[in-house]
Design a binder for this molecule. Structure first.
Ligand code: ATP
Ligand code: MG
Length: 599
């Protein structure tokens, strides 16, 4: 029996959903592919499920091709394993937590490293069992702060996650590379225009991690790339620090001095004031000569809070995403009035790291036990660099404060905004900024999870050795949105043939018996040839049917209507935007040719 539009569970909408901000969301809802249940939570309707299944199939094939085996975990998971790795608390408000009737804690899995580690620990005990790659295609739950764009960022979403288990670092590197190649094949098959960017700064341990970002103006991820091939997520960019200044040169630099800068609480007003008070003959002072000190409040997973002061060149802002990544799992908030009230040593607008000799007032950094706050600086603030910064007294700044001589930070934090034109850290040229959507993430976890959960196997010498792991995520429901995003126009969706829910829609444009029986016969014949075909048999106007056919985006639209009097049907290619009149007798051959050529 062929599928009929009159029976198919689909209702197209003429209006955009009120919350639609991106085309994929608009068309998937209007085309009856998905339906909103709650913020970030969507139901899949028959057409949506068909696309989802095809994308899952692509992913499965490439995973199986690297020897991965499929399993399936529940989404409802016990607390204890996540407690052992600290993620029960580290995951913060993004984790859905719940209790059973006895009061025991459970969670809805945001990702499954713990469960896979325990599964392998449960069943495997020898190096002979390794290497191993397991995967699942499964529903994940994350209480995202900003669910958006339909299934692009959901609170319930479908992910393929795989995990590799090896004894040696080389084994892990090989599994990682296999995944990298598999992802390249998958995203090529899905037709994405993507970049592979490095995703982690060395600060997190130096193991490899890369993200696959599908280029999109709607992307929430900003990445940089250089002409010489450097590519990184903005969070992962590591600024190459300038060489430190020779200690002798540093010692000889002029001593710092205080200048009056009434009302200069912004970098611009400070630069103007300083240029008036102490003009520099060679070149005027700029924001880059100033050291801006930003005070923030960190909240750790255990609920404790701590102020953090970040010193960075005044011509740059702190990048919120880089900051969040750098302080994770702590949460970060701006210092508010109440916070400032608790730290009177912090004079808003005039904060600086050093204790000043002449004028007396001490800074938050005072080595003499004055208000001690954690102070981290931008990598550009290397020893020997000289700065204009706050004097910790209202209406006063200090000029010539030298890092390493007049103040010492507690460490480095690389969270300043990255700008178009900044040099690539590896010297491969100026950086260009672009946006993308993260569709996949591959990550060398190393032994962290295996250690926390005690996954060890006997090695060749009969000794217990901790296993090293990789974790590899791929957003399947997000990929559906991204395929839609790349394949739509102002009239609706235009699925690539191999991912389309149906290959062909046969539209009967007219109610005569001849039109109806011819359309049905043609649809049945195409279906019999293995082309997924739907017949639009509804008693509605041809105009409505044409609009729906274009909105739904099946690659081939066949119109059986008035032309039948001359023995022809019209064959439209939704993707190419072409149409042709085809003698009825040749229709099946022409359509199946069309479908197969590009399949
Ligand atoms: P993002 O930075 O977009 O929040 P993430 O870094 O939290 O993603 P991972 O934990 O690496 O994501 O998850 C693996 C993959 O799952 C991602 O590459 C992405 O494709 C997909 N994914 C993550 N969060 C969501 C979501 N809320 N909705 C849909 N897909 C998601
Ligand atoms: Mg990620």
């Amino acid at each position: 029996m062929i599928d009929k539009m009159s029976q198919l569970f689909v209702r197209t909408l003429r209006q955009d959903p009120a919350d639609a901000v991106v085309p994929s969301h608009r068309w998937l809802v209007r085309g009856g592919y998905i339906r909103r249940v709650a913020p970030g939570i969507y139901a899949w309707l028959p057409l949506g499920l068909r696309v989802l299944a095809k994308i899952e199939q692509v992913v499965r094939e490439e995973m199986v091709a690297i020897g991965a085996q499929e399993v399936s975990f529940p989404a409802l998971l016990p607390r204890e394993p996540y407690e052992a790795t600290q993620r029960w608390s580290d995951y913060g408000p993004s984790m859905f937590r719940l209790h059973d009737r006895t009061g025991a804690d459970y969670l809805l899995g945001p990702t499954h490293e713990e469960m896979f580690t325990l599964l392998v620990k449960d069943l495997y005990s020898s190096y002979k069992d390794l290497p191993l790659i397991l995967f699942q295609v499964q529903t994940k739950y994350r209480d995202e702060a900003r669910p958006r764009a339909g299934i692009l960022r959901g609170r319930e979403f479908i992910m393929k996650d795989s995990y590799s288990f090896d004894l040696s670092d080389e084994g892990l590197a090989a599994a990682y590379e296999q995944h990298r190649q598999a992802y390249i094949k998958i995203f090529d098959r899905l037709g994405f225009d993507y970049v592979i960017v490095s995703a982690m700064s060395g600060a997190m341990g130096g193991s490899r991690s890369e993200e696959f970002l599908a280029l999109s103006e709607y992307g929430e991820d900003t990445f940089v790339r250089s002409p010489g091939g450097y590519a990184a997520n903005v969070e992962a960019v590591q600024v190459a620090p300038p060489a430190p200044v020779d200690p002798a040169v540093m010692a000889a630099l002029p001593a710092p001095r205080t200048v009056l800068t009434p009302g200069a609480t912004t970098i611009d007003s400070l630069v103007t004031a300083v240029n008036q008070v102490v003009a520099q003959p060679e070149r005027p002072w700029t924001g880059a000569d100033t050291l801006k000190n930003v005070v923030l409040r960190l909240t750790h997973p255990d609920g404790t809070t701590e102020p953090l002061v970040i010193g960075l060149p005044g011509d740059r802002e702190v990048d919120l995403k880089r900051l969040e990544a750098a302080v994770h799992p702590a949460d970060v908030q701006p210092f508010d009035e109440a916070d400032f009230a608790r730290y009177p040593a912090l004079v808003k607008g005039y904060i600086g790291p050093a204790e000043l000799t002449e004028t007396g007032p001490v800074a938050f950094l005072g080595a003499d036990g004055s208000t001690q706050l954690r102070y981290l600086v931008d990598p550009r603030v290397v020893d020997g660099t000289s700065w204009i910064t706050g004097a910790n007294v209202a209406d006063q700044h200090v000029i010539g404060l030298v890092a390493g001589r007049d103040f010492t930070a507690d460490g480095v934090i690389d969270v300043a905004e990255v700008r178009e034109g900044d040099p690539a850290p590896d010297g491969s040229g100026p950086l260009e900024l672009a946006r993308g959507v993260e569709v996949g993430h591959i990550f060398q976890l190393g032994r962290r999870y295996a250690e926390a959960l005690g996954l060890q196997v006997l090695n060749q010498n009969g000794k217990l050795e901790t296993v090293t792991m990789g974790s590899y995520g791929l957003g399947i429901s997000r990929a559906v949105a991204m395929v839609a995003e790349r394949n739509c126009d102002e009239r609706g969706l235009m699925w690539p043939r191999h991912l389309a829910p149906y290959d062909v829609i046969v539209v009967s444009a007219g109610k005569t018996d001849e039109i109806m029986t011819t359309a049905e016969r043609l649809a049945a014949e195409l279906d019999g040839l293995g082309l997924d075909t739907v017949w639009d048999d509804r008693p509605v106007s041809p105009g409505v049917k044409f609009a729906d056919a274009e909105l739904l985006g099946f690659p081939t639209i066949v119109i059986v209507g008035r032309g039948l009097a001359d023995g022809v049907v019209e064959v439209r290619d939704r993707l190419a935007g072409t149409k042709q009149s085809v003698p009825l007798a040749d229709a099946v051959a022409v359509i199946s040719q069309l479908a197969r050529v590009e399949a």
